[in-house]
Design a protein around this ligand. Structure first.
Ligand code: NDP
Length: 327
């Protein structure tokens, strides 16, 4: 028997989440059984702990879109008992039981070996949000980061915090956009050289082009803010579009693309092929300072998750939550 956060749906369609003891034969099919050590709290987890937001396929459900741990049993030649592994993506925690449990069973294809230089706790301090931040930075690099500050929106959140730390470590001046002025010291400690108030960028686009200001952008917010940023990029600069914490609509014009040659790069962490995942994790181990990562972490246990799920949907979490499933 082991502990898991189970989300159930009653006959009226109402969901509830609680920590329960369950047996191993309830785990879904897969080639590798993992003794989970850590998981995290991401925006999608907030949805899946609650009514699911269309992400969860069947109930009862175990959320947790990422985890790290040790292989316990494997039918796949790539993994043996004792191997340390990390999982992000592949709709685990949505369409398949995820990391909010002391055990998980998944397809071997979805795992990557724990990268050298990271332990299982650090890997989940990074988690899906940090992995996505690295993909976003790599996409900017592939298209060329221009001179001038690189903007990070939703900076005090999970993706934003890690993106800020990585970009600063790589030597880029970082302008961190936040709606929480009280996080300014935290963002500066991660390496931000400039704090931009959310209100400055949240207004609807009035002029399709403004002053050329940003050498690139990692955008976790979308909506009006992304539309506004497109018109403020330097000639030929790019935005890595990661999330929609501020809305899914994009009230922009084509003018920045036509007259400034800017690029809007879509970042999807879920369906990344193995080689890309390994490349991103290797870069994380190399380019993300571990002391800064540590300063982003808030520890949690399985029983904290129902509240944390509500908090992340309200944009109230600072940095990264690391869930010790054995705590
Ligand atoms: P967090 O909740 O940790 O961070 C989001 C941040 O966005 C908040 O902390 C807040 O930052 C800001 N924000 C929240 N609401 C608003 C609003 N209404 N207007 C403007 N800013 C707002 O989430 P994550 O960092 O984990 O994820 C961010 C987004 O990225 C989510 O939409 C998530 O679904 C998406 N995502 C996408 C992935 C992919 O593969 N593409 C992978 C992981 C996440 P502040 O207080 O500093 O303003």
């Amino acid at each position: 028997m082991f502990n898991a956060l189970i989300v159930e749906k009653n006959d009226e369609g109402k969901t509830s989440a609680s920590v329960q003891q369950i047996s191993q034969d309830r785990l879904p099919e897969g080639d590798v059984t993992v003794a989970v050590e850590y998981s995290t709290v991401n925006y999608k987890d907030g949805l899946c702990i609650g009514p699911g937001g269309g992400l969860v396929r069947t109930y009862p459900h175990v959320p947790g879109i990422d985890f790290s741990g040790t292989v316990e049993a494997s039918d796949d030649a790539r993994y043996a008992p004792g191997d340390k592994v990390v999982l992000t993506g592949w709709r685990v925690g949505e369409a398949h039981w995820g990391g909010y449990a002391q055990k998980a069973r998944v397809k071997a294809d979805w795992l990557v070996p724990l990268p050298e230089g990271l332990d299982t706790r650090q890997a989940m301090a990074v988690g899906t949000a940090g992995f996505t931040a690295m993909l976003a930075v790599m996409a900017l690099e592939d298209h060329g980061i221009k001179d001038g500050p690189v903007l990070v929106t939703g900076a005090a959140g999970g993706v934003g915090s890690v993106a800020t730390a990585i970009l600063a470590q790589l030597g880029h001046p970082v302008a961190a956009v936040t709606g929480r002025p009280e996080t300014a010291d935290y963002l500066t400690s991660l390496g931000a050289s400039q704090i931009v108030a959310r209100e400055e960028l949240n207004e609807t686009v009035k002029r399709p082009l403004e002053g050329e200001t940003w050498g690139g952008c990692v955008d976790a917010v979308g909506g009006d803010m992304l539309a506004r940023v497109l018109g403020q990029l330097k000639y030929g600069a790019s935005v890595s579009s990661v999330g929609l914490a501020g809305g899914a609509a994009l009230p922009a014009t084509v003018i920045p693309f036509l007259l400034r040659g800017v690029n809007l790069l879509g970042i999807d962490s879920v369906m990344q092929p193995y080689d890309n995942r390994l490349r991103a994790w290797t870069r994380i181990a190399k380019d993300l300072p571990m002391d800064k990562l540590e300063s982003m972490v808030q520890p949690a246990s399985l029983s904290d998750l129902p509240q944390l799920g509500r908090d992340i949907l309200k944009g109230q979490i600072k940095g990264r939550v690391v869930v010790d499933v054995n705590a």
